[in-house]
Write a protein that binds this ligand. Sequence first.
Ligand code: ADP
Length: 191
Amino acid sequence: MQSRKLEQAMEYKQPGVTVWFTGLSGAGKTTISRAVEKALTSHGYKVEVLDGDVVRQNLTKGLGFSKEDRDENIRRVGFVANLLTRNQVIVLVSAISPYQEIREEVRQKIGNFVEVYVNAPLEVCEERDVKGLYKRARSGEIKNFTGIDDPYESPLNPEVECRTDLESLEESVSKVLARLQELRFIKMEVD
Ligand code: ADP
């Protein structure tokens, strides 16, 4: 390798970043983040996924859905995401994370933070009802369900917005990758 090229290669240090997918249940957070994971790992990036459902069975087991518990859930996820991010990992978090203030708190702590608003109208999410939870929330079996009887505060200024009712999964994934590229967190060709 020519010496300048070698220098450049040695200077380049993959930055870590947390990509935070927020949105209603069934909006497409898990689907998009898994597809982004696949794309990034196939290009050799170090990636970890912190998926809301999995996290709640482990790291934050026992926490409920009051505002206090939801905030605590997000704070713990943010703590782990921060540790990974500072070790040059690309962290993909998918969590409803309905409250603006705690998302902002986590953003400030982590620094390298890209917010992806996975947006589909409630009617569409409810129609999809991937896990059958909307039906149970409507019947009153589940209480404090986001979008039904619990609030969702939309991001004010997300780096990316994916309208999953209007665009294909491939389009959503490309948008996320393109933004990461633009912000210089990754270097890869995006279709
Ligand atoms: P969440 O993680 O937000 O609860 P999921 O990813 O589990 O949502 O479910 C989203 C559902 O919407 C999946 O069944 C997925 O196939 C479907 N879907 C339809 N269009 C899209 C899209 N453009 N992006 C992501 N998911 C989509």
